[in-house]
Design a protein around this ligand. Structure first.
Ligand SMILES: NC(=O)c1ccc[n+]([C@@H]2O[C@H](COP(=O)([O-])OP(=O)(O)OC[C@H]3O[C@@H](n4cnc5c(N)ncnc54)[C@H](OP(=O)(O)O)[C@@H]3O)[C@@H](O)[C@H]2O)c1
Length: 323
């Protein structure tokens, strides 16, 4: 079958580690299901994997991709939940110490077929296209959990989203606006600020700009480049929810004094549960919210797609399709 995979890892030039070519068809273990992939979407995770972050050499070659929407052997149209937890683990599967994401230990979704535990299949509603459904399991699920499980925000509260153009960030804007939050964004680019306003943001600012007032919560995925601004922007007792650090994990100032003196809450967040994925899908159906898609390319062009993501030349999600 055709697949886009990490043949090796390359910390400085991740695209040199990518191959697009034939891989063996997967075996289907008991209790697992084969999904014929109709659409998949890119995440920064795929670039981290090519750089070797979280992908040890002994697991290579590894098919990339966390997200998929497709059809099972018995004809069900499904969205794949990408968090693979231990079958014996009970509770919130994102807290399972043995959990992994597709493409970390098990082969990923940039392929004709992917196999996953049956419990990771969620019905795809007809209202969502294949391309839209393929955006939900990672970036959109992460945004859903940040906003609705972790932040403590209530309708009417003000939330700041850093880095408006990203896949998670566009999801945060769309979901937050639909939920009745006052959504403020920052971006380095005026066109991305304007697009965020179209998606429902109330105000858009240049990265690092002083805000007219402090906010109840900040959604942080950019990391070192925006961390100090995130903490400066919070009201006393406010919450920063962090799920990523694209610009680096070590800010020059960690702002410990500010955190304790203003009693700020710093909450880490990763992916979401299968139940949250089902709730996210219902939310999209009920509110008519749809993922923001930057571009759609065939799987054969995975390298071009990843180059675009690496360049940061993206607004929303990049989708790869198969017929
Ligand atoms: N924990 C989890 O479960 C989870 C899930 C999904 C993603 N993540 C992580 O979250 C991060 C974002 O993921 P994504 O898929 O949304 O990535 P993405 O689409 O590539 O988002 C990148 C965005 O970050 C902003 N940005 C990047 N570098 C910046 C800098 N130096 N200064 C200011 N802004 C900068 C940009 O915003 P502007 O161009 O608008 O300024 C850009 O649009 C990644 O690090 C990813 O690994 C984690």
């Amino acid at each position: 079958m055709l697949a886009a995979y990490a043949a090796r890892t390359a910390s400085d030039d991740p695209l040199t580690a990518l191959e697009v070519g034939e891989r063996p068809e997967p075996e289907v273990p008991d209790g697992w299901a084969r999904v014929r992939v109709r659409a998949t979407s890119l995440n920064h995770h795929d670039l981290w994997s090519l750089r070797g972050v979280g992908l040890p050499a002994e697991l290579l070659p590894m098919i990339l991709g966390c997200d998929a929407a497709g059809v099972t052997d018995d004809g069900q149209e499904v969205v794949v939940h990408a968090v693979i937890s231990d079958p014996d683990f009970r509770g919130d599967e994102t807290t399972d110490p043995k959990r992994s994401l597709l493409s970390e230990r098990y082969q990923g979704t940039f392929a004709d077929e992917v196999v996953v535990p049956r419990r990771n299949l969620v019905p795809k509603p007809a209202a969502l296209s294949w391309e839209e459904a393929a955006c939900l399991p990672t970036a959109w699920l992460t945004a859903y959990r940040m906003l609705f499980t972790q932040s403590g925000l209530r309708p009417g509260d003000t939330v700041l989203v850093q880095g408006a153009g990203g896949g998670v960030a566009t999801a945060l804007v769309s979901l937050g606006a639909a939920a009745g939050f006052r959504v403020w964004v920052t971006s380095r680019h005026e066109d991305k600020q304007a697009r965020a306003l179209e998606l429902g943001a109330d105000r858009a600012f240049a990265s690092g700009a002083r805000l007219p007032e402090r906010v109840d919560a900040v959604m942080e995925t950019v990391g070192a480049a925006t961390w100090a601004h995130s903490l400066r922007s919070l009201r006393p007792g406010g919450t920063v929810v962090i799920s990523g650090a694209t610009s680096g994990p070590n800010p020059s100032a960690t702002e410990l004094n500010r955190i304790f003196f203003l009693q700020l809450r710093v909450i880490g967040s990763t992916m979401g549960t299968r139940d949250e994925l089902e709730a996210l899908i219902r939310f999209c159906e009920l509110k008519g919210v749809r993922p923001v898609i930057d571009s759609v390319l065939p799987l054969e062009q995975a390298k071009d797609a990843l180059a675009k993501l690496e360049a940061g030349d993206v607004l929303g999600k990049i989708v790869l399709t198969r017929q």
